[in-house]
Write a protein that binds this ligand. Structure first.
Ligand code: NAP
Length: 428
């Protein structure tokens, strides 16, 4: 290829407009690093009548994503529409035509990643997606390009800013869940419909992508166990504080015995753990392996400007590779490692029980734990009239054993209610 690299953009919303602004403001740096001038040739949007406040002539806009993809002058396609269709078909068409693709679409990658990777590999076109996970934090490229010398075994992170913000407000101000969520909305950290974030779908999609990159395999959304944060009560947060923990929305992925275990759920982490200091809408990811030890990536996981920085980084790489006629970066192999079912995963656990306040209760409760080989690490009791609150933290235990213990506890006369069960991570 000679001359400029033609860019076709699909979507010009929060991230798309920020990308156009960065390209405009940093044109010379981008030119130097890409080795060729980049020119945005076509941009697809849904509503052509909207004023987008970007330095691009209106004739460049269209409402047909496929017109952008098939335009001869477009060499690199940047997909920033979100959702599955038409994003999936447009990306597949671009890859089929041998065009490089940059996308920030975690939902699409987590559900159709293998299909897209195969299409990219078939033509050597290249698919770049740094912005799809943790916005402005460089994470995908280090996992793919900097760490092939390591066999990573664990990834522990906070990858959703909305839920981290809500739990931070509940922890630091004692806010009720709804008030914390309303504040997140006011500050632009939560969507009008925040269910994707609160129910853990957003974090699970990112966890699937990260686990695929970290363990060189193909993990999809359904492989990731998922729990949202709606069940976290102010009481859990208060007990966490008293016991020296902080409640965080975690994504955990592990490789053990050739199997991948991936899950997202709220969990208690020790207050001196680095993830406890990741507050508000910030994200952080810890990866570890036997040689490199622990690495932590920290920063703004969302927002138009940080995400646009990641998109422009990919765009420069894609444009350089296109200009040099080189194939795109390699992805996780086609290998599908086994997925470890939740029943066989291990964690520590916090349990909050309402029990009768009379002699012999502790022995019966301890008996249920002992029967299923779940070892209790600490117990804390608070009398409340005829009843008492019992807070227990276990040693590391098998999830299946813990679930059976909880079933047995529920059947005990002395246990009025199992009020809460939460995993504890980052300690043993
Ligand atoms: N926002 C963030 O902080 C963030 C962070 C990381 C990753 N991402 C990802 O980045 C992507 C874009 O997010 P965003 O926040 O920029 O979304 P957004 O503000 O909703 O923008 C989406 C853009 O796509 C256009 N669009 C949607 N469907 C279309 C269709 N069928 N045909 C043509 N154009 C269409 C929209 O057109 P109109 O403007 O006419 O409606 C809009 O310009 C998503 O995959 C998201 O998950 C976002």
């Amino acid at each position: 290829m000679t001359g400029r690299v033609g860019i076709g953009m699909l979507g010009c919303g929060t991230v798309g407009t920020a990308v156009l602004r960065l390209l405009d403001e940093h044109g010379e740096d981008v030119l130097r690093r890409a080795g060729r001038p980049l020119e945005v040739i076509r941009v697809a949007v849904r509503d052509l009548s909207l004023d987008r406040d970007v330095a691009l002539r209106v004739e460049r806009f269209t409402d047909d994503p496929f017109e952008v993809v098939t335009s001869e002058d477009v060499h690199v396609v940047v997909e920033l529409m979100g959702g599955i269709e038409p994003a999936r078909s447009a990306i597949l068409e671009a890859l089929r035509l041998g065009k490089r693709v940059v996308t920030a679409n975690k939902e699409l990658l987590a559900t159709h990643g293998p299909e897209l990777f195969e299409a990219a590999a078939a033509t050597g076109a290249g698919l770049h997606f740094e912005a799809a996970v943790a916005g402005g934090i460089p994470l995908i490229r280090p996992l793919i390009e900097s760490l092939p010398g390591e066999r990573l075994t664990r990834l522990l992170g906070i990858v959703n800013g909305t839920t981290n913000f809500v739990l931070t407000r509940m922890t630091e101000d004692g806010s009720a869940f709804d008030d914390a969520l309303a504040e997140a909305r006011r500050l632009g950290y939560a969507e009008r419909d925040p269910s994707d974030d609160l129910d853990g779908f957003d974090a699970a999609a990112k966890c699937a992508i990260l686990a695929s990159m970290a363990f060189d395999t193909r993990v999809v959304l359904e492989d990731v166990y998922r729990e949202g944060i709606a069940g976290v009560s102010p009481e859990d947060i208060e007990f966490a504080r008293r016991l020296g923990y902080v409640v965080k929305p975690l994504a955990v992925a592990e490789l053990e015995g050739g199997e991948v275990a991936a899950r997202v759920h709220p969990a208690m982490v020790p207050e001196d753990h680095p993830l406890a200091a990741v507050r508000e809408a910030f994200n952080a990811v810890f990866v570890s392996g036997p040689n490199v030890g622990e690495l932590m990536f920290y920063g703004r996981g969302a927002g138009g400007a940080p995400t646009a920085v990641a998109v422009v980084g990919d765009l420069v790489t894609a444009a350089r590779l296109a200009a040099e006629g080189r194939p795109g970066v390699a992805f996780p192999s086609e290998r599908r490692r086994g997925i470890r079912p939740m029943e066989r995963m291990e964690s520590q656990y916090y349990l909050l029980l309402d029990v009768a306040d009379r002699p012999g209760v502790l022995a019966q409760v301890a008996g249920a734990f002992g029967k299923h080989r779940v070892s209790i690490r600490s117990v804390w009791q608070e009398g409340r009239g005829d009843e008492a609150l019992l807070v227990l933290i276990t040693h590391r235990a098998n999830e299946g054993d813990l679930r059976r213990t909880v079933e047995d506890l529920r059947s005990l006369d002395v246990v009025v209610e199992v009020r809460s069960v939460m995993r504890v991570e980052g300690e043993e």
